[in-house]
Design a protein around this ligand. Sequence first.
Ligand SMILES: O=C(O)c1ccccc1NCC(=O)[C@H](O)[C@H](O)COP(=O)(O)O
Length: 371
Amino acid sequence: MEALGSAKPRASPFPAAAARSPLPPQVVVPASSSAPAPSRPLRSGPKGTIQAVARNEMLSVVEREDCGSVNDVAASQGIRIRRHCRPTASMEEMGAPRNVLERIIWDKEIEVAQGLANNPLREVTESAGKAPPTRDFYGALVAAYMRNGVPALIAEVKKASPSRGVLRENFDAVEIAQAYEKYGAACLSILTDEKYFQGSFENLQKVRKAGVKCPLLCKEFVIDEWQIYYARSVGADAILLIAAVLTDADITYFLRICKELGLTALVEVHDGREMERVLRIDGVQLIGINNRSLATFIVDTSNTKRLLEKHGDAIREKGILVVGESGLFNPDDVAYVQKAGVSAVLVGESLVKQEDPGRAIAGLFGKELLR
Ligand SMILES: O=C(O)c1ccccc1NCC(=O)[C@H](O)[C@H](O)COP(=O)(O)O
């Protein structure tokens, strides 16, 4: 797959990031190509497909025999979300999920296994390689921040959520995306999870095909490389990696894939431990601080302030751009997280619930945004 190896690293407008030595050049070899990826053995799967088997402590979903050791590695890094690991096994073996995020991840394991069976990794990596080039998500955020003097907006196309239920009955993803773009969103976030958010990869593809120019974040619960290739194949420019569910090795490996595909990774943290882990990983450009606990749903915007008071210097030194996520409803909220040090905000509910989500942007910022 030629396109993967030829993706060029983007220049960062932040001096510290530009000065940082780039990751060693490496080609991420799709697991089903003729040459196997380093340390990633292959095994024949059902129906003649080739399935990737876990690499080191990576939490691949396929054919894992020893779930315990995978979860032990995760737990040693403070990750409380366990993998179920055997999609066909009964829930009884693991007990019930401990919280909603764990439930989402267990369902995601089954979904990914089904996705792999329907669209084998070989085919998905090939179509990812043939997709039109990515748009510069990171660059669009920096440009919008400089243009408007307020945090750049990543506007979320979000129909429903586990914490709030259905946010908008009359939901047309393309219409909402176009309105967001018209009123100054720098980038868009498209929820692709179907079961809990009523989103879809189809929505992402439709928005891309409708001629929306803003770079698109695939807002997914990524646990397997297949999802990253699939997201790229349908037009994503960026992807979310959630530190609460991914080990350091997972994040490192997924960042390599993103780099080869030209995708921006938004690495999301919620607490200090996750922030410390992520700051130790090379190649992170964009950190999202989620004000919402994905386990309890409690939203607290002072979370952003606390984490940036403690880690702001390290973040600035590395030239990392910070996105404030969740629970932002008005200009005071935006000003609060801006003062804390964010350069971008990710906003769903407060926009999508308004009759006109595009015009609601001016209400959120207290002024119209320049495009
Ligand atoms: O939004 C939820 O209820 C939720 C539940 C479980 C996992 C993730 C969840 N949300 C993802 C997000 O982080 C938000 O969609 C995003 O930050 C926008 O938040 P908001 O502006 O509060 O809609």
